[in-house]
Write a protein that binds this ligand. Structure first.
Ligand code: LLP
Length: 420
């Protein structure tokens, strides 16, 4: 459920007309609903009510805007970060260092040191050497790094290949059958406190079965590690829960996920960590855009909008579906293709889709753009960096400026020798 709805025939974000934001801020613009973020954060937490010890680390890669992080900090969430930049954001938003988990397959030594010095709560190790280096860096500073070993359980998450992470040929985690040996070698090192294991098998999962299969394997590993004398106090179950993008999509509810987790982990006796991203942020944002032209096409007209693949990359990257809704629909529909202005055929949001009738100058939104939207934006084609707005109730604020082409150009320079 989200708080984008029609009132008097006009799309509103909570109590604010989308058209008002578009008039004040311009388009394209991302619009977030704070109440939707809060609700999703609460629903996810409530889904895990039957699980005794839970730590929630919002995967801030999904939407790292500072205002969003502040809302989630208020809801008691920590952060799953994958770079020092994300760690700085989490801290700047008021999240506590001990509530931060650092994931990622390519943490540099400088990043490990920065996170150690900040005192974060958990490093998720992606390879044995990373653990040895982390232990050494921590020990040299008189610190002990809390860590888990991320294992690759070799399950097919049944999602798009580019966002699948838990098959053995993927770059993530260590092979589950080698985890015990690595644990034996790493756990004894000074400078590291290896508390348990972590896994994350992919994103936009529409089925709980692969998650359950992965968690069952993790359960066996925990028993094996304990059998070998290791003290296991934490297991990080990652993120990945899918959200509905298309009308009619049915996704596992957080309550069903929580029920499965409670059942599978009943005897584990550990603190369970979660890294939800999309399920918190996805439906909490839309990308508002204006129709520039309606251009005749071979079969259908092209609706050319002022948002493009640089603002919302998901359709071009993953063939993702984002619902397109007119801000003031007339009730009539038409068949159309929807495309942006960027000079690539891939800058197409939809082909042969039945949409609300729109004309040049009309406003529309792409829905379910709160996760992996603005954060993946670029300035390709020297387009400005898309701004972000947050709404709560009847008020709103710009929470990220539109970065103008002039500002971007000002950061570049022509070297002296070319200026002759
Ligand atoms: N934990 C780890 C270690 C991850 O790699 C990810 C996502 C998450 C948690 C959060 O997963 P979520 O709950 O959001 O599914 N840009 C792509 C999605 C990339 C996901 C990367 N990792 C997209 O737009 O679909």
């Amino acid at each position: 459920m989200d708080h984008f709805h029609f009132q008097n025939g006009e799309l509103h974000a909570e109590d604010v007309p989308v058209a008002r934001i578009a008039a004040d801020v311009g388009t394209p613009v991302y619009i977030y609903s704070a109440s939707t973020f809060r609700r999703h954060a609460q629903v996810f937490r409530e889904g895990l009510n039957a699980v005794p010890r839970v730590h929630l680390a919002y995967a801030i890669k999904a939407n790292p805007n500072l205002a969003v992080l502040r809302v989630l900090a208020d809801e008691g969430y920590g952060a799953d970060v994958v770079s020092v930049g994300e760690m700085r954001r989490a801290l700047a938003a008021g999240m506590k260092a001990e509530d931060i988990v650092f994931s990622g397959v390519g943490k540099t030594r400088a990043e490990l040191v920065a996170a150690l010095e900040a005192g974060i709560g958990q490093f998720n190790l992606e390879l044995e050497e990373e653990g040895a280096v982390l232990a050494e860096l921590a020990h040299a500073r008189g610190l002990v790094a809390p860590a888990t070993l991320r294992v690759n359980p070799d399950v097919d998450a049944g999602t798009h290949a580019k966002i699948s992470t838990g098959r053995k040929e993927n770059k993530f985690g260590v092979p589950i059958d080698q985890a015990l040996g690595m644990f034996d070698r790493l756990a004894g090192l000074p400078g590291i406190d290896l508390k348990g294991v972590a896994c994350h098998i992919g994103s936009q999962l529409g089925d709980l079965a692969p998650l359950e299969a992965a968690y069952a394997r993790i359960g066996e590993l925990v028993a094996e590690l304990r059998g070998a004398g290791h003290r296991i106090t934490r297991v990080d179950l990652g993120g990945g829960l899918g959200v509905p993008y298309k009308p009619g999509d049915v996704m596992p509810a957080p309550a069903a996920y929580g029920e499965m987790v409670a059942r599978v982990t009943r005897d584990w006796d550990v603190e369970l960590m979660f890294e939800p991203g999309r399920v918190i942020a996805g439906n909490a944002g839309v990308l508002a855009t204006q129709v520039v032209w309606v251009k005749p096409g071979v079969a259908n007209p092209y609706v050319i909008v002022d948002a493009a693949m640089n603002d919302l990359a998901r359709p071009a990257l993953y063939d993702a579906y984002h619902e397109f809704v007119a801000v003031k629909p007339t009730g009539a529909t038409m068949m159309a293709n929807i495309a942006g202005p960027v000079c690539e055929t891939g800058d197409t949001f939809a082909m042969n889709r039945e949409i609300d009738v729109v004309q040049s100058g009309d406003l529309a939104v792409f829905r379910t753009a709160g996760a992996y939207g603005a954060t993946m934006a670029s300035t390709y084609n020297s387009r400005p960096l898309v701004p972000e707005v947050m709404v709560e109730g009847d008020h709103y604020a710009v929470v990220a400026d539109r970065i103008a082409a002039e500002t971007i150009i000002a950061a570049e320079r022509v070297p002296e020798w070319l200026k002759k």
